[in-house]
Design a protein around this ligand. Structure first.
Ligand code: AMP
Length: 179
């Protein structure tokens, strides 16, 4: 699933993942969990994430290569937020071709949404600190305030869902991902 930040990729990817019983693979979620666990990869990603830019392609591609090597993706998988550059798209083609048995993507779906809606959505978005599920305080609030419906962990506001970082993320999308 491709699309600007806040377009709805994560929400759709999670719904498709449960419907088809295949893993939801979000590079953003993987980076956030590395950050939370203070790994070396998290350290490499943190500055780019905080500024609304992209983590370098070599770091991102190595992380995805590792993830797509795990046994749970054999029956299929949904990528959310990867690839985000032309270099990553080429790397993904190479990774799938080199895998055994050779795999290919069934669909590449672009989720489109006007910038004004995205800004509103990201401002009112809260995410689960444990399972990553997204809520919207206006249109899709949790049953219990501040608590995830799925796993009862606290909801948080993502550090990069602040107005100036949102603007930087939208610019990054236009410049590096849209092509
Ligand atoms: P997301 O949760 O998809 O909005 O991603 C959050 C942040 O993680 C992005 O703003 C980037 O800094 C980083 N990130 C996620 N996916 C990628 C990717 N495919 N390539 C580079 N950076 C990424």
């Amino acid at each position: 699933l491709l699309g600007a930040p806040g377009a709805g990729k994560g929400t759709i990817a999670q719904q498709l993942g449960s419907r088809y019983r295949v893993p939801w693979i979000s590079t953003g979620e993987l980076f956030r969990s590395h950050l939370a666990n203070q790994t070396e990869l998290g350290r490499l990603a943190s500055a780019s994430m905080a500024a609304g830019g992209l983590v370098p392609d070599d770091v991102t591609c190595a992380m995805i290569a590792d993830r797509l090597d795990r046994p749970d993706v054999r029956q299929g998988f949904i990528l959310d937020g990867f690839p985000r550059t032309c270099v990553q798209a080429d790397a993904l083609t190479g990774l799938l071709a080199a895998s055994s048995p050779g795999r290919c993507l069934d669909q590449a779906i672009v989720v489109k949404c006007p910038d004004c809606l995205i800004i509103d959505r990201l401002r009112s978005r809260r995410v689960c600190s444990s399972c990553g599920r997204s809520f919207n305080m206006v249109t899709r609030p949790p049953r219990e305030p501040g608590i995830c419906d799925a796993c009862s962990s606290p909801l948080i506001r993502r550090a990069d869902d602040q107005p100036d970082i949102i603007a930087a993320r939208l610019a990054t999308y236009r410049e590096q991902t849209a092509p």
